[in-house]
Design a protein around this ligand. Structure first.
Ligand code: ADP
Ligand code: MG
Ligand code: MG
Length: 252
């Protein structure tokens, strides 16, 4: 089975253990949501998967369609097919979105392959039309003065152009207004299909009204404590996270 397989991952930040034997399998073609209270390690998971150097993987394995990515550099992991939405969050003045995406695409070509400017722009404009993004958008510098919604549009366009096997989207609740949320949802729904696996990290159930996941996992204290279908997100919405803490205490 083609899948993103996370096996007994232990991750520390500054010697404090955050992820504790974290295990999860996301088959290619499925969307899995991870929900959990603040401080539970959701962003730590995303950053550790992406190969962020501040996050020390002390043990465990992560396979991308059978290929071990623990120990790889961040850009190798990205080229292996794992997309991280927050990978380029900072402003890059002077580099247009189009050139930025073209550089990333070029880095993914096999030896001897070429991506001509006309071919690149043809593909870029096709994706932009699909995602209903205005053409003027791509000449702007990456993230320079972007609104929350525009940052999301840029990320979704990158994702559409890089065609990753798996995407990890860490949608923090802060600053995501309803329009930005819809941009993410429309983009993910447009790309949904057998070639893409998504790990959608979110604090609130709201996003899952727009992207209906195949599976929902509840994370608490560095690991998954409950898994189910979309109805699990509704339970969290109506009951909050207190029952999760009780559950954790019982099984700890
Ligand atoms: P979540 O995304 O679920 O809110 P985080 O992964 O951001 O959780 O944080 C998990 C724990 O790790 C928290 O206790 C947080 O304080 C700690 N933490 C996260 N990032 C860092 C960091 N860079 N340095 C030190 N501690 C951190
Ligand atoms: Mg947090
Ligand atoms: Mg977080």
């Amino acid at each position: 089975m083609n899948a993103l397989e996370i096996k007994k991952l232990n991750v520390s930040i500054n010697e404090t253990q955050i992820l504790k034997d974290f295990s999860l399998t996301v088959p290619q073609g499925e969307i899995h949501a991870i929900m959990g209270p603040n401080g539970t390690g959701k962003s730590t998971l995303a950053k550790a998967l992406a190969g962020h150097e501040d996050y020390e993987i002390t043990s465990g394995e992560v396979f991308l369609n059978g290929e071990q990515i623990v120990g790889m550099e961040a850009d190798e992991i990205s080229r292996a097919g794992l997309f991280m939405a927050f990978q380029y969050p900072s402003e890059i003045p002077g580099v247009s979105i189009a050139n930025f995406i073209r550089a990333a695409r070029s880095a993914r070509l096999e030896d001897g392959q070429k991506l001509s400017a006309p071919d690149f722009y043809k593909e870029l404009y096709e994706e932009m039309d699909l995602l209903k993004i205005d053409r003027a958008f791509t000449s702007r510098s990456v993230n320079e003065g972007f609104s929350g919604g525009e940052k999301k549009r840029c990320e979704i366009l990158q994702m559409a152009m890089l065609k990753p096997k798996y995407a990890v989207l860490d949608e923090t609740d802060s600053g995501l207004d309803i329009d930005a949320l819809k941009i993410v949802a429309e983009g993910v729904n447009a790309m949904r299909g057998p070639e893409l696996g998504v790990l959608l990290i979110t604090h609130y159930q709201r996003l899952l009204n727009y992207i209906v996941p195949d599976k929902v996992h509840v994370m608490f204290d560095g690991r998954i404590v409950e898994s189910g279908g979309p109805e699990l997100a509704e339970k969290l919405e109506s009951q909050g996270y207190d029952w999760v803490k009780d559950f954790d205490a019982v099984t700890a």
